[in-house]
Design a protein around this ligand. Structure first.
Ligand SMILES: NC(=O)c1ccc[n+]([C@@H]2O[C@H](COP(=O)([O-])OP(=O)(O)OC[C@H]3O[C@@H](n4cnc5c(N)ncnc54)[C@H](OP(=O)(O)O)[C@@H]3O)[C@@H](O)[C@H]2O)c1
Length: 262
């Protein structure tokens, strides 16, 4: 049987990619595409599909097995109020949540499945495993710098992916990322502190998403890098994870749970 997928923030760049991926996937049926009630797409047909863009989220969720969200934190928190009623499994690709919002999402996940993924690409999630290995081998000696670049429209910084990479590195070293990260050392007129994880951010043009991690030793540098060539890689991972999440019990999941158990 096909997995019935609803797409939140369907008007967005990622929303459109997810629609395209869902409609070309043999095991998936696109059952709802949500946009805001004042959006010009409202009531228009979604591509060549037999559905229209709608702002009736509750009805759309009732027709769907799972919903995929790439919006802004406020949009996600609104959606969660609805999925809490319908108990619809929820894939969250949105980034930029506060710690309080993440606690709320974890609370909500006690009653229905929620998968939070600051990056849904299979490639980035494989890169996390490589970073853990490098951190275990080199983390204590190396200066570690995470450099990320995105398009000029992106609001949150550093990216959710860069933060997740930092967390994976810190966890592998038995440390807490919040104790090691620094974003402003260049502006503090000081030399680099031993053990800190530097975060460098570029916002320019239409860069889709690039992450590079340097493990710099005194005489050599190891660099691990991921470059998204287009947004398709994020949509592909999100739809595959949605097919999986639709079958899971209530709980809070990550892409690692999906990749390890699919
Ligand atoms: N996890 C990943 O792998 C991954 C990959 C790429 C991007 N992202 C993240 O995904 C999010 C969206 O990225 P994007 O490039 O698609 O951005 P975008 O093109 O600006 O689209 C944002 C979408 O969110 C909607 N939205 C904004 N605020 C909302 C609210 N309060 N309620 C309901 N809908 C709201 C917008 O609706 P309107 O059209 O009505 O404004 C639009 O549909 C960002 O957080 C980005 O960092 C994650």
């Amino acid at each position: 049987m096909k997995t019935k997928i609803a797409v939140n923030a369907a008007s967005g760049k990622m929303g459109q990619q997810v629609i395209s991926q869902a409609t070309s996937h043999s095991q998936v049926e696109l059952t709802a595409a949500f946009c805001r009630s004042d959006h010009r797409l409202l009531g228009r047909q979604v591509g060549f599909n037999n559905i229209e863009y709608t702002s009736d989220i509750e009805q759309g969720l009732n027709q769907s097995d799972v919903v995929i969200d790439f919006s802004l934190p406020e949009g996600t928190m609104e959606l969660v109020k609805q999925t809490a009623k319908t108990k619809t499994p929820l894939i969250i690709g949105t980034t930029g949540f506060s710690d309080e919002q993440i606690s709320e999402l974890k609370d909500a996940a006690k009653n229905f499945p929620v998968l939070l993924a600051p990056n849904t690409s299979i490639g980035v999630n494989s890169t996390l495993a490589l970073l853990s290995l490098a951190a275990k081998m080199l983390g204590k000696q190396a200066d570690i710098e995470i450099i990320e670049a995105h398009h000029k429209h992106k609001i949150d910084a550093p990216s959710g992916t860069a933060i997740r990479m930092g967390q994976a590195i810190a966890e592998a070293m038995g440390e807490n990322f919040n104790d090691l990260k620094t974003t402003d050392s260049r502006f503090e007129k000081r030399t680099r502190k031993k053990g800190e994880i530097g975060m460098s951010v570029i916002r320019a043009g239409e860069i889709i998403g690039e992450h590079k991690v340097l493990f710099a030793l005194d005489n050599e540098i190891i660099s691990i890098e991921h470059k998204a060539q287009n947004r398709h890689c994020f949509a592909e991972g999100a739809v595959e994870a949605a097919v999986w999440l639709a079958q899971q019990p209530a709980g809070f999941y990550t892409m690692q749970d999906f990749l390890a158990n699919r």
